[in-house]
Design a protein around this ligand. Structure first.
Ligand SMILES: Cc1cc2nc3c(=O)[nH]c(=O)nc-3n(C[C@H](O)[C@H](O)[C@H](O)COP(=O)(O)OP(=O)(O)OC[C@H]3O[C@@H](n4cnc5c(N)ncnc54)[C@H](O)[C@@H]3O)c2cc1C
Length: 365
């Protein structure tokens, strides 16, 4: 059995930022990540201005494709508004590599190719039969639950799923999308589309499982959506001959961890899951890691309970509002309302501000 003072499960944005900050504070953290190479989580790759500010706060500044506008498409119509501040489109492969390298450079032990099979409090059991115990555990396995630490979310009758497709790179696609984050609304779901650092575009959709069941399979679903949403169809023309389509089932949008146990800090998607059209999941992952390390510095393992309680409170409004916007986007009449609101920069600014996680404690390096 191995023992370590700070143990981190998962090397997405939440785990990597926690590792970086803990290493800077001399905690010699150990991070376990199942991907052998760089993780490439299913994600839209839109980093909001607030997410970028959180990263800047800890001295990290990733480059990406600059995004200045939000364009909404629904029922064959579109509306457009400037974003409150510039954001970026950045592939998760690039972002996660960047953050994990920063953590390693700061002195964190990053162990790749280690699959955690289950958790028992602060003890992790790995796929190769090893047991690792942390004085404090930072649980950051994101979209994937660990046996023994499952999120207690109710998937509902028609659960949400995430689907990702890469488009391009192609100069015509770059011209089409430009410096926008696009939101394509359709019955039972929506897709976010943004250009990335290499000129490709990332189309990431959140939709009800019933849409997939009705279409039969993922390629058939894309064909149906291309006809249903002409603007989306225009972009899907750049999908390529042999596309990789990634999917994840049962995304528990709206769930928040309201409690935890001493010594277990839940971060990122293991702390709360905001509907993805808000483009703030990574922001929450990073903010939760900053908050968790600040609480750990003050109170060590005992700080977990207060941290989780405070984070759940801070996540309440952003998650509720993003849930309301998601309900509107998935409904024909609701998306018309969204389209009208999308023409009013003040409203877009308010919705954008209220779906961010605020009140981050000032970080002291
Ligand atoms: C369809 C969709 C689109 C989205 N688009 C955006 C967007 O554009 N912008 C945005 O900000 N957010 C977006 N999000 C949300 C965002 O992806 C998440 O909120 C964010 O990735 C959470 O970060 P995390 O570090 O908690 O988890 P993750 O990013 O999921 O990382 C978890 C890490 O843990 C590792 N791991 C998991 N299980 C194990 C295990 N058993 N053993 C070892 N390692 C393990 C994984 O390999 C991964 O590297 C989107 C989500 C969905 C579903």
């Amino acid at each position: 059995m191995r023992r370590t003072s700070a143990l981190i499960a998962g090397g997405g944005p939440a785990g990597a930022v926690a590792a970086l900050l803990l290493a800077r504070h001399g905690a010699a953290p150990v991070l376990l990540e199942r991907s052998r190479g760089t993780p490439d989580a299913l994600c839209g790759g839109f980093l909001s201005w607030r997410t970028l500010a959180s990263l800047r706060q800890i001295g990290v500044e990733p480059d990406g494709h600059v995004v200045r506008r939000v364009v909404l498409f629904a029922g064959g119509r579109r509306s457009e508004s400037p974003l409150p501040a510039p954001a970026i489109g950045l592939s998760r492969r690039r972002l996660d590599a960047f953050l994990l390298e920063a953590a390693q450079a700061a002195g964190a032990g990053v162990e790749r190719g280690v699959t955690i099979r289950s958790a028992e409090g602060r003890t992790l059991h790995t796929g190769d039969g090893a047991t690792v115990v942390g004085e404090t555990l930072f649980l950051a396995t994101g979209k994937h639950d660990l046996r023994g630490a499952m999120r207690d979310a109710d998937p509902g009758a028609d659960p949400a799923m995430g689907v990702r497709v890469r488009l391009g790179p192609h100069p015509a696609l770059t011209r089409l999308v430009g410096d926008a984050i696009e939101l394509h609304a359709f019955a039972g779901g929506y897709g976010g589309l943004v250009a990335q650092e290499d000129g490709s575009a990332n189309l990431c959709m959140a939709l009800r499982r019933s849409r997939l069941r009705a279409a039969g399979d993922l390629p058939a679903l894309l064909r149906v959506l291309a006809v249903e949403c002409p603007a989306l169809g225009e972009r899907l023309a750049y999908i390529g001959e042999t596309p990789t389509i990634d999917a994840i089932a049962n995304v528990p949008y709206g769930w928040r961890a309201r409690a935890t146990e001493t010594g277990v800090y839940r971060l990122g998607d293991q702390a709360g899951v905001i509907p993805s059209l808000a483009g703030e999941g990574m922001g929450i992952a990073i903010a939760s890691a900053i908050r968790a390390v600040a609480a750990w510095q003050r109170q060590g393992a005992a700080g977990a309970i207060g941290y989780q309680h405070d984070l759940a409170r801070a996540l309440r409004r952003p998650i509720l509002l993003a849930g309301l916007l998601r309900t509107l986007a998935e409904d024909r009449r609701g998306s018309t309302l969204l389209l009208a609101g999308g023409r009013v920069p003040w409203l877009v600014g308010r919705a954008a501000a209220w779906t961010r996680v605020d009140q981050m404690p000032a970080y002291q390096s």
